[in-house]
Design a protein around this ligand. Structure first.
Ligand SMILES: [Zn+2]
Length: 252
């Protein structure tokens, strides 16, 4: 997850065919990446939201890609990848994540910042009007990070592939780590549209280290999918961020 501490709006001018008038746009930048090419033209009420618009006609939906699910969790706004039926090639191409976020899996902002933006640009919805983060959104971030680490993305064969390709885990036995993953994956899948409670906090706030799972592929990358503290399991997004409400693994 890209933690956007100091995002900036920038005014820029797109090329105009007339040569006389160059339309003015306001883009959103964070850490040198463009998160949105015109915040005033985005259809923020749509679901999912296309934040990178076609730079020719600026109509939402004209171009493929550049989509996010805009959600809130605790006091943060999270831009998550859209989760889709993986056998649907059209959807996979159409709703793919904003390119600038592919290596991060998603991005988040503080609610304070978001409220300032709402006041500045009325078209940006108020924080409270945003949908709550759902299990499907958390799963989408989780899988995007897995894809970045290991190159695979499918939910269908996720656990089979992890079983085949995982080499070791850092903080518990591989067997027990895979068991936890199975349970989290089941928790996501059994109620994809159920809102998630809690907040996104630094892993260090829970005073425990996230689990790292190493996968047998080029470079032997690590994936950090959860943090275990005693019997409690927390969903992790990379080594630095976790959802601070334990996953209730024993109830449905
Ligand atoms: Zn267009």
């Amino acid at each position: 997850m890209l933690c956007c501490n100091d995002p900036q709006f920038e005014v820029w001018h797109s090329d105009s065919n007339s040569g006389l008038r160059q339309p003015k746009h306001v883009r959103l930048m964070a850490d040198g990446v463009e998160l949105c090419n015109d915040v005033q033209l985005v259809e923020w009420q749509a679901n999912p939201v296309q934040v990178r618009l076609c730079p020719e006609c600026w109509v939402s939906g004209c171009a493929s890609g550049g989509y996010v699910d805009v959600t809130r969790l605790g006091d943060r706004v999270l831009w998550c990848p859209v989760i889709f039926d993986e056998v649907d090639d059209f959807a996979r191409h159409r709703y793919r994540l904003l390119d600038a976020l592919l290596e991060h899996g998603g991005a988040f902002f503080s609610s304070t910042l978001w409220e300032q933006w709402h006041k500045k640009f009325n078209i940006i919805p108020a924080f409270e009007a945003l949908p709550q983060m759902r299990r499907r959104n958390a799963m989408a971030v989780w899988l995007a990070e897995l894809r970045n680490a290991c190159g695979f993305f499918s939910t269908d064969f996720l656990l089979d592939r992890l079983n085949e390709q995982s080499i070791c885990s850092m903080r518990s036995s591989l067997e027990s780590a895979l068991d936890v993953l199975t349970r989290i994956n089941h928790w996501f899948g059994e109620a994809l549209d159920r809102p998630i409670e809690g907040s996104l906090v630094r892993s260090s706030a829970l005073k425990a280290q996230p689990e790292e799972i190493y996968v047998e592929t080029e470079g032997t990358p690590a994936w950090t999918p959860y943090l275990q503290r005693g019997e409690e399991i927390f969903v992790a997004f990379g080594p630095d961020w976790v959802i601070d409400r334990a996953v209730p693994l024993d109830e449905s």
